[in-house]
Design a protein around this ligand. Sequence first.
Ligand SMILES: [Zn+2]
Ligand SMILES: [Zn+2]
Length: 194
Amino acid sequence: MAVEESEVPAFDAIAGHDDLIDWSSAYAREARREWLLDVRLDLVEWEVSTRARRRAAAVKRPEIPEATVGEPVEWERVPDSDGRPLPCTISLSWDAFEAFSRAEWESTLRHELLHVEQFQRDGTTGHGAAFKRRAREVETDVRCRAFATPKWLFRCAACGGEVARRYRDCAFVREYDEYRSDCCGAALVRSQPE
Ligand SMILES: [Zn+2]
Ligand SMILES: [Zn+2]
């Protein structure tokens, strides 16, 4: 990703909710250009949720009466709208961010941006045929996967005991051969579950 604003942290340096929103909204701007997403990001708000939940992210949006996917809504006829789409919110799960690799997080954001694209055009959104087609085009999943599986598992080479699990590439993942297990003082064995 081309970093366009110096205050956007590196993905591996994201340390808190503000960082996560800064990084994710910068990625959204990049993805909008790269994948030709028809979204108005000035009408998108961001939040981070720390509530445990199964979905990695979600779009919170107002209900537009009689809106149907595939039928563009006439925003000027929608109450409270000044002719523009009503604002919606991309809600990010901190737990999912912790669990996902960068590529998985980017894919998650593209999935949510497709919901925004649909909502801003049709006033509603779902996972139907139109969504599936767009998901293929922007190389994201129709359903977000569960995020409980770590990317890397580290075991003691002597006794096989689990020493650590990591959810994405970090210094420990790269330099694990310099560490020894607490149990046996042995080298670590790295594996990738499923
Ligand atoms: Zn979805
Ligand atoms: Zn051991």
